[in-house]
Design a protein around this ligand. Sequence first.
Ligand code: ATP
Ligand code: MG
Length: 258
Amino acid sequence: MATQTEAAVVCRDVIKNYGSGDSLVRALRGVDLEVFPGELTLLVGPSGCGKTTLLSVVAGILEPTSGQVNVLQHDLRKMSQSKKVRFRRQNIGFVFQQYNLLPALTAAENVSIPLILAGQSRRRAHAAAVELLERMAMGNRANALPTQLSGGQQQRVAIARALIHHPRLLVCDEPTSALDAKTGHTIMEVLRSVAVEGERAVIIVTHDSRVYDFGDRIARMEDGHIIGIDTQNGTGRSMRATSDVATVGGASHGGVTA
Ligand SMILES: Nc1ncnc2c1ncn2[C@@H]1O[C@H](COP(=O)(O)OP(=O)(O)OP(=O)(O)O)[C@@H](O)[C@H]1O
Ligand SMILES: [Mg+2]
């Protein structure tokens, strides 16, 4: 079914070079990739193979050197910088490998930023942020500053911030790297239900083999190329049916929209 749906992301022969001359790094060497709404696509591969670079290009944060990048039926390369910023704010959520939380703001204030940028009042945005943090077992730390949080807690704040405005495309760079098995599982369930129930496209970079079962597709990357895509219809999909998944993700989704 999903393969007949229009892709949310289409990359064709995407090349990204950093630097030039002696310091030239060919990070992406002709990437072809399609990502579909309602699915969770995992991007896996060794350190330095270009995963973060590819996510950044897809999210419109980094200009590719050449190639086609279509996101939600928009050609990113044809967009002006200001239009791209607006498009990103409205449609894309990004969980950075290094979290990128604002240190002077509390967890809830960090999470509410996308809603405030979208024009919501601070009060409503804050309430929505606290509710989403509660669903991620972080309700009791909503007023803490990032420096007062553990790595795994900061990671959950970063994920909540990327989700709160219901982006149609969510990209996550190693979202479970700092989490224990149980919390990692909960977060993957949230991400999976976000994809399935909201018909969102979710791309997750991971080194964490514990999360492989959650993916509908696993794109394997090596040395700047996608070298293969495995489609799964086993454990990952069947987990959707569990009531936990529906409750965690559905409630957080509905709660924020309301
Ligand atoms: N700003 C930059 N300037 C120069 N080279 C860079 C820059 N960012 C990344 N690179 C290089 O590009 C290549 C791909 O980097 P990238 O960060 O995309 O890898 P990655 O697959 O995300 O690795 P990891 O799993 O360690 O996060 C690496 O060789 C890296 O050293
Ligand atoms: Mg990386």
